[in-house]
Design a protein around this ligand. Structure first.
Ligand SMILES: *[C@@H]1O[C@H](CO)[C@@H](O)[C@H](O)[C@H]1NC(C)=O
Ligand SMILES: *[C@@H]1O[C@H](CO)[C@@H](O)[C@H](O)[C@H]1NC(C)=O
Length: 174
């Protein structure tokens, strides 16, 4: 197997792995879904992509109410919710790009700041590089004679660089 093919296979495997691992965001981090949590600072450290999930963890004092728009969110108007959850460990799938609004259904909690606005971005940008790469890598199969020490070590070096970069990327993302 040629160097280019090996690198290409690793690249594809990395992309597939990344695609399959949808991120679960525990809302509010370790403090969870509670009045004392600073949700603005929590969301500022997160990137929400299509396919990711939100997990609301909370005690029986709370619930999760999804609001329809910015206006009802700002006014803490929970009279027309688009969804209400109350299991204490609710999973919400972010299935499309856009903004979603959540608050607590308990009287007064929204006014105390227990609300969060989630902006979901397109997450599948990684699927397009695969199709654009495949045509350029296929000609490499037609050159089996060009194996000398120089190209082998060059291949090893680039492979090593690629693996290092992949690890760096994984550490950054997970
Ligand atoms: C927001 O949602 C509420 C309830 O569904 C609706 O009555 C209102 O017209 C909406 N406001 C905007 C600006 O879309
Ligand atoms: C994301 O996926 C959708 C549906 O699978 C597709 O229509 C869209 O073009 C993709 N976007 C990118 C940037 O690949």
């Amino acid at each position: 197997m040629g160097c280019k093919n090996t690198i290409f296979l690793i690249l594809v495997a990395t992309l597939i792995t990344k695609e399959a691992l949808a991120t679960q965001h525990v809302v509010g981090g370790s403090q969870g879904w509670d009045q004392s949590t600073d949700f603005d600072s929590w969301t500022s450290g997160q990137t929400f992509k299509v396919g990711d999930q939100l997990v609301f963890k909370y005690s029986s004092l709370h619930s999760v109410v999804e609001l329809s728009n910015e206006s009802t969110y700002k006014k803490c108007d929970i009279s027309t919710p688009i969804n209400t959850l109350s299991t204490g460990k609710d999973v919400v799938k972010l299935d499309k790009p856009g903004t979603r609004y959540f608050t607590c259904g308990t009287l007064g909690h929204c006014g105390q700041g227990m609300k969060v606005k989630i902006t979901v971005v397109k997450g599948n940008g990684s699927s397009s590089p695969v199709s654009s790469l495949s045509p350029s890598s296929s000609p490499s199969t037609s050159s089996p004679t060009s194996t000398n020490a120089a190209s082998t070590s060059q291949c090893f070096a680039s492979l090593l660089l690629f693996v290092t970069l992949s690890f760096a990327t994984m550490i950054y993302f997970f």
